[in-house]
Design a protein around this ligand. Structure first.
Ligand SMILES: [Zn+2]
Length: 146
């Protein structure tokens, strides 16, 4: 999978928000490392190990959460790009586990079906166009052909 400029633009702001506690150089290294992981099909553990060299002060579990969340976000954007380019997928639908670990926002969006190019909702700093909604989000999207 190639990280296109479109995907980079959509995800760049979110990673910058994630990395507000670090300087611009470190933030860029975080982005580059996650893009590299997606491009080279690295496992989340391999990407985390690369990031351990940059974020020496962060706990491994925190880096695992960042890598997992942001890698899923890229896949989700790429998946939607492919759906849109297919001209067959017209809608997308959110799907969640609906269990005790599901947050109220994800619960409220479960089953919501919208046109492929629209947002499910908008929060304080972004349009919610796919998954994950937050770290450790287990929700997914389903393509709807109509
Ligand atoms: Zn969720």
């Amino acid at each position: 999978m190639e990280v296109t400029d479109e995907i980079k633009n959509k995800t760049s702001k979110m990673i910058t928000n994630l990395a507000t506690s670090v300087d611009d150089v470190t933030s860029e290294k975080l982005k580059e490392t996650i893009y590299r992981g997606v491009n080279e099909w690295l496992t989340p553990t391999e990407v985390r190990n690369l990031l351990l060299d940059i974020f020496k002060d962060l706990k491994t579990s925190r880096l695992d959460k960042i890598v997992r969340t942001e890698s899923i976000r890229y896949w989700s954007f790429a998946e939607q790009e492919a759906w849109q380019q297919s001209w067959v997928v017209k809608y997308k639908q959110r799907w969640t586990a609906l269990d005790e670990r599901t947050c109220s926002t994800c619960w409220s969006l479960h089953g919501k079906k919208i046109p492929i190019d629209k947002s499910f909702a908008k929060d304080s700093y972004r349009d919610i166009i796919g998954s994950p909604l937050h770290p450790n989000c287990r929700c997914d999207m389903i393509p709807i052909l109509e």
